[in-house]
Design a protein around this ligand. Sequence first.
Ligand code: PEP
Length: 263
Amino acid sequence: MAVNGRTPLIAGNWKMNLDHLQAVAFVQKLHWALKDAKHEDDSVEVAVFPPFTDLRTVQTLIDADKIPFAFGAQDLSTHDSGAYTGEISGAFLSKLQCGYVIIGHSERRQYHHETDEVVAAKVQAALRHGLVPVICVGETLEQREESGPTAVSVAQLEVALEGVPASADIVVAYEPVWAIGTGQVASPEQAQEVCAALRAVLADKLDADAAARTRILYGGSVKSSNVASFMREPDVDGALVGGASLVVDEFAAIIRYQKHVGV
Ligand code: PEP
């Protein structure tokens, strides 16, 4: 448990990597890599976000072997059912015992033209089905130069939280687009500046309890060598990890290292 009462969350976004057979091997190896006394405690929550086609397999494995990882999907439909070919309902994810769903990842915004309004509708869909939305926000380099470091993320979060109950369980991920998959990591101070601004949005939109318990993650080229520097920042409560979450030893080191520094 962190000093601020929020359990750090280390989340691995697999994107379109690892099929369901590879997922089994990965989850088992990660579990073994972390299987020491410390892993059984509650000092950090580990979550994996496999492709849709892996979810049933991952759920069965985690359930059968009592593996202490949470898991979730990388996206969901704004609709609950019906003639929406190729879409996945939050109801289905909920039945698979997904705890979380990533919403508004910059790759969805960029390649699938998801607007802030679509993101907001997906947040509503997640909450309707008892899923915790991991709401991704972040600016491009151009936007940072034009409107400063915080404006885009703050505006994206404000729209995403429209109509959300004040007591809602959510997670926010600050992912500067220029730092995703580029190796060009934000500095801890840059991450803190935006996460503090996002914390203020939470205080405005949610009730005091919900705002205080909501975790804000940093994402963008997180590795075992830099995770501790982010975790030391007061408004950073974890990491959303892409590339480095696909390498068992590296992801385990990210999880272990931040535990060892005792944040
Ligand atoms: C991501 O896609 O959410 C991400 C943070 O990727 P990476 O860690 O590879 O930059």
